[in-house]
Design a protein around this ligand. Structure first.
Ligand code: H79
Length: 617
């Protein structure tokens, strides 16, 4: 259930720690909006009420859909990352802000915006063929320019050379072709309106300080004159809108956020609202978490965590959201599927972006990769849509698990050594195993907690091979104790650790059945800005305590590989030491001294796991 949170200090560990904790401690059995009523200080803005059942019901199509298309399109698409010969060093849709282009000049782009090749049905057909179930379009991005017919502000599509409502066209095409339709609306940032005040300090860089003086900005004026009324327009003029993807709301007051929620819910009671309506990470004191329907972690950054809230990872097909002509870092089909399945195996959705050019064409390379991924999804749809995430609290080297009643789907991206795949911890009696794509049955052996699957005769799909495991129970019986694999390795995932934040200490308990000597290595991820990834491993020092020994730890970058779901960010392996565990039994390993911050922007080591690999003589 959505609000029966994992009751453990485990939640505290993760980069979403505070987030989960605040919900965990305060709202256990309350529904989304009930929680708001009971937990918050009185507000002038009274929100519509909803029971927990209604919330679950409202979210169901979205939870089942798994995969959507994000579309970033606007005046910036004309610039394609370059203005007056200057290439923007940052994401393309931020070009006005990054290159400090005066509004008067940027506005001239309206005369040029005339996307001759735009065909809403083609975009929707592409999304469908790609296997996506919903589309989210930028109805207004930070530049303040609206892709819809707005009576509130003339800075919109009807005043361009094109003069046709893009939101309307895409909404109608989605309706015709049976996709859900959502809108992105930049509710706080607006570089056209003189009063769109964001805040002091660092946030100032996100305003339009080229044309307007922050001292004379008055956010209430902007909200009342443009943001609230335009929100009413997009929610009133196009029939059902399924998702409202607010972005960059950090800095809004609690009451301002509630006002956005109120307008949205009153006009579209079934709509689903993104967490970026306010701070990305919900604050612990005023629990704004309950004002949104799903959580959006950092862009393009999947940490492997199974969040308590419904969540969605938004990501790019190349390195920018808006179109840039020099952006050639394409996410290939196998990485698209990897990101999708890794996300769904932890109960998340994946919203993958395309940035059409100014003529209305989606870049060929994006189309090619999306369609290739779509072909895979057609064959393997059963393992993705309407599933729930992995029942195992740990991860695997070979891929990711999804499930339906009486069934596990093993989505295998890297075939294991000797083609013998091992599932450690499944206690349900397995009745049959087969390949999803062709139904070919697969041999297996099950002893105790080990299920060994013989993949030697299994056809390998170039992207991922899905193996279906059937058993009798509705829900699989799982042993959550960490133990050795058949080849004697031990894998201690961050998500199974107990992290004491104040003591900088992670610990795991596991069982050793085969004593021996092991090499200890630690795997962690790069993070921060994707154009300048940072690995914080070498900055920290600590120790590992295991079997009565204290081993000093200074991490070195011993090897690296592309992390398939993190794409821009490498996975770094650091070899630590060897240790002999010469008795059978239960051990505990403590990693001391490290600040763990697995999120993209959080400080500390992006720990993924610790491995103990047997040294075979
Ligand atoms: O709409 C897409 C982006 O434009 C927007 N959200 C996604 C979905 C977004 N991406 N990053 N951010 C917002 C955070 C912005 C961080 C900033 Fe900066 C750092 C703003 C100023 C400095 C990034 C770097 C943008 C301009 C320079």
């Amino acid at each position: 259930m959505y609000f029966s949170y994992k009751n453990s200090a485990l939640c505290l560990v993760l980069f979403f720690g505070l987030f989960s904790y605040s919900i965990n401690a305060q709202t256990k059995s309350l529904s989304n909006l009930e929680a708001y009523y009971y937990q918050h200080t009185p507000s002038e803005v009274i929100l519509p009420f909803e029971t927990q059942e209604e919330y679950i019901d409202r979210m169901q199509w979205w939870k089942d859909a798994k995969y959507g298309m994000f579309i970033h399109w606007g005046l910036y698409s004309l610039l394609a990352g370059e203005h007056n010969g200057e290439i923007t060093p940052k994401i393309a849709e931020w070009i006005q802000n990054t290159l400090k282009i005066p509004l008067s000049e940027y506005k001239k782009l309206m005369r040029e915006f005339d996307p001759k090749n735009f065909n809403a049905d083609n975009w929707v057909s592409l999304a469908k063929a790609a296997g996506m179930k919903y589309i989210v379009l930028t109805s207004k991005h930070h530049d303040g320019f609206a892709l819809f017919d707005s009576k509130v502000s003339d800075y919109n599509i009807m005043h361009t050379a094109y003069q046709k409502d893009i939101v309307k066209a895409l909404k109608e095409a989605c309706k015709r072709q049976g996709l859900k339709f959502g809108l992105y609306y930049s509710h706080m940032i607006d570089w056209e309106h003189p009063d769109a005040y964001i805040g002091e300090g660092k946030l100032t860089e996100r305003m339009n300080t080229v044309d307007y003086d922050p001292k004379h900005m008055d956010r209430a004026t902007y909200l009342n004159e443009k943001s609230f009324p335009q929100l009413r327009e997009i929610l009133s003029n196009y029939g059902n809108i399924d998702i409202l993807w607010f972005d960059m709301g950090a800095g809004l007051s609690n009451d301002e956020i509630r006002k956005f929620v109120k307008i949205t819910r009153e006009l579209q009671p079934k709509i689903i609202i993104s967490s970026r309506i306010g701070d990305e990470v919900a604050p612990t004191i005023l629990n704004r978490a309950m004002l949104f329907d799903y959580f959006t972690p950092s862009d393009n950054y999947f940490t492997g965590d199974d969040l308590a809230m419904p969540w969605e990872m938004a990501g790019t097909t190349n390195s920018s959201w808006g179109y840039r002509k020099d952006d050639h870092e394409w996410r290939k089909a196998n990485l698209i599927i990897n990101s999708l399945i890794s996300t769904s195996s932890r109960n998340g959705n994946y919203l993958l972006n395309v940035g059409p050019d100014a003529t209305g064409n989606i870049p060929d390379e994006a189309i090619k990769n999306l369609l290739q991924a779509g072909k895979w999804l057609q064959k393997n749809s059963e393992a993705v849509y309407n599933t729930t995430g992995s029942p195992f609290p740990w991860n695997y080297d070979w891929g990711y698990v999804t499930q339906k009643p009486k069934t596990l789907y093993l989505n295998i991206f890297d075939f294991p050594k000797k083609n013998r795949l091992e599932l450690n911890g499944l206690l349900s009696k397995v009745t049959s195993i087969y390949t999803l794509a062709n139904g070919a049955s697969i041999d297996f052996e099950q002893t105790g907690r080990f299920l060994e699957i013989d993949l030697s005769k299994t056809h390998k799909d170039a992207i991922a091979t899905v193996v279906v495991v059937n058993f009798l129970e509705e829900r699989p019986l799982i042993s959550k104790d960490i133990s050795q694999s058949k080849d004697n390795t031990i894998r201690l995932d961050r998500i199974t650790s107990l992290y004491l934040k104040d003591e900088f200490q992670s610990s795991w308990t596991f069982k050793i059945n085969t004593p021996g000597t092991y090499r200890i290595q630690l795997v962690s991820n790069e993070k921060k800005r994707h154009s300048k990834p940072v690995w914080e491993g070498s900055l920290q020092k600590g120790s590992i305590r295991l079997a009565g020994k204290i081993i000093p730890v200074q991490l070195s970058r011993d090897s690296e590989k592309t992390n398939a779901s993190l794409f821009f960010y490498k996975e770094i392996t650091s070899i630590i030491d060897t240790i002999t565990l010469n008795k059978k039994g239960t051990y505990s390993l403590q990693l001391n001294g490290f600040q763990i911050g697995a999120g993209k922007w959080t400080n500390g080591l992006g720990l993924d796991r610790i491995e103990l690999l047997p040294i075979v003589n």
